[in-house]
Design a protein around this ligand. Structure first.
Ligand code: ZN
Length: 309
């Protein structure tokens, strides 16, 4: 028997075919149809799944299950997608029911950061831990919570949406969550260009303020010692550290594992996060900050774990 893990991201959909031992047998990628609605996205995923198993000579009856990670607010028990900020038309959609009508294989759907947490817990930086917070610092910021050895999803399924917790309510940029002043509007990839232009007004910088102000451009400017880029990094680190600190006080979990695209900023960002966290933390008990180990495959690994048994 084999399993499939599907990781739906803001730019690409990744598929992994795994055997029962957890070995990744083959993979596939599609571009994310950003304008698609729920049924159109699901049809594309199903085509991708069928193409992947066909390419490996696998029959549908040999599939133990399909796990899907979505960047969405969703009802975990029902597999129902309420809202997806990266794909605005994928909302109010009974996604698991759709799959049940189209393929006779168990399908489970979960929030992407829960699956990243599950993958890092079982195979990555969180191995052997009972409690762990996985924090994706990427296009957005989201957490997966592992409490007492298991993913904690909350009443509906979106426990860990710490990036949308408000830190400057009604002030700052409006986020996809429709509020102003959540953590991610200050410190995640989607808002770097707007925030950099605000902070950089009238300042000298090596950054091309009319160009692509992404994490890569920011990293180059940081490496060049650009004063604006370093100030910006301080601001990002401040908000990420506050987010971690508040979560730490709430749950008292002493292991944070950071993943996501902006981990490429490396110690320049995360040493600052550490220092800023320590500035607020006055109880001298260890709190461990680690970088995720599973690189780009955490999403498909975690999704396949959903249908392990
Ligand atoms: Zn938000």
């Amino acid at each position: 028997m084999v399993r499939i893990g599907v990781d739906v991201g803001g730019t690409k959909i990744a598929y992994g075919l795994f055997d029962d031992g957890g070995v990744l047998l083959d993979r596939r990628k599609d571009a994310t149809p950003i304008e698609a609605d729920g049924p159109a996205l699901s049809a594309l995923i199903l085509d991708g799944v069928r193409a992947l198993i066909a390419a490996n000579g696998v029959e549908e009856r040999e599939l133990r299950g399909i796990g899907i990670g979505m960047p969405s607010f969703l009802l975990y028990d029902e597999g129902y997608v309420c809202m997806t900020s990266a794909m605005v038309n994928v909302r109010d959609f009974p996604m698991r029911d759709w799959f049940a009508r189209h393929i006779d294989v168990p399908v489970r759907i979960d929030k992407d950061s829960n699956l990243a947490a599950l993958a890092e817990l079982r195979y990555g930086a969180g191995r052997g831990s009972r409690n762990m917070i996985y924090m994706a610092v990427s296009t957005g910021i989201g957490c997966g919570l592992v409490l007492n050895g298991d993913v904690f999803r909350g009443s509906y399924g979106w426990a860990g949406e710490a990036g949308h917790m408000l830190i400057t309510p009604d002030e700052g940029l409006e986020c996809g969550c429709r509020n102003r002043g959540c953590f991610m509007s200050w410190a995640s990839g989607r808002y770097i260009p707007q925030q950099l232009r605000i902070m950089g007004k009238g300042r000298r910088t090596v950054l091309d303020m009319n160009g692509a102000l992404d994490g890569h451009a920011l990293k180059q400017a940081v490496d060049a010692g650009d004063a604006l880029a370093l100030d910006f990094l301080d601001q990002m680190a401040h908000y990420i550290a506050l987010c971690c600190f508040n979560v730490y006080l709430l749950l008292n979990v002493n292991l944070f594992v950071f993943g996501g695209g902006l981990t490429n900023l490396g110690p320049a960002l995360f040493d600052r996060v550490r220092a800023e966290f320590d500035r607020y933390n006055h109880v001298p008990k260890p709190v461990d900050f680690r970088i995720a180990e599973l690189k780009q495959d955490f999403g498909i690994i975690g999704a396949a774990e959903l249908v392990k048994d």
